[in-house]
Design a binder for this molecule. Structure first.
Ligand SMILES: O=C(CO)[C@@H](O)[C@H](O)COP(=O)(O)O
Length: 206
């Protein structure tokens, strides 16, 4: 599977997520896979929670129509099992993210749990803002995950674009989050298509 997700930043949303659908519609026009479920069959809304208390957001995001709920391993040391359970009970896929300084071994127990996460998000910049430089050294984490879990969804986020996608895709990432490279492009659709092509081609030679 190759998934290209255009990011909807929290600052673009109202506090009650009331404008979620209209923001998702914009992404459809650009050709992203990341779409609101109520708008189109097969649409997928991926939500990455860079917060200290992810549990508080399971209910509102489930209600708003989120498809995937990704929380940080650094913020859930004591309650990740409860978060996964509640996220899945709300009909969402569960993902776990890790910051650049966090060792990859910290997510293994969440992938191997009886009730496991469906995806691991390897941050390729420090969480905080768009437009940062891709960190190629994070590809060691992606390679380790892909080797250990051949069919796991592995997402990368930060600095992804035409000049970095091949590095991420050949390492084994199959879900790509792209902000500035898509929104800053004269032809966003072309960038999305290029990102997808790189992932698909890398999967064929694996
Ligand atoms: O959330 C983050 C960083 O905190 C990322 O999602 C970036 O916002 C992606 O933007 P680009 O690096 O693609 O511009």
């Amino acid at each position: 599977m190759a998934t290209v997700m255009a990011k909807i930043a929290p600052s673009m949303l109202s506090s009650d997520f009331a404008n979620l659908a209209s923001e998702a519609e914009k992404m459809i026009k650009f050709g992203a896979d990341w779409l609101h479920m109520d708008i189109m069959d097969g649409a997928y809304l991926d939500c990455h929670l860079m917060v200290t208390n992810p549990l508080d957001y399971v209910e509102p995001l489930g209600k708003a129509g989120a498809s995937g709920f990704t929380f940080h391993v650094e913020a859930s040391k004591d309650n990740w099992q409860e978060i996964i359970e509640k996220v899945k009970a709300k009909g969402m896929r569960a993902g776990v993210a890790l910051k650049p300084g966090t060792p990859i071994e910290e997510v293994y127990s969440l992938v191997e749990a009886e009730n496991p996460v469906d995806m691991v998000l390897v941050m390729t910049v420090e969480p905080g803002f768009g437009g940062q430089k891709f960190m190629p050294e994070m590809m060691d984490k992606v390679r380790a995950l892909r080797k250990k879990y051949p069919s796991l969804d592995i997402e990368v986020d930060g600095g992804l674009g035409p000049s970095t996608i091949d590095t991420a895709a050949t390492a084994g990432a199959n879900c790509i989050v792209a902000g500035s490279s898509v929104f800053g492009a004269p032809e966003p659709a072309q960038v999305i298509s290029l990102l997808r092509k790189s992932v698909v081609e890398s999967q064929q030679i694996c």
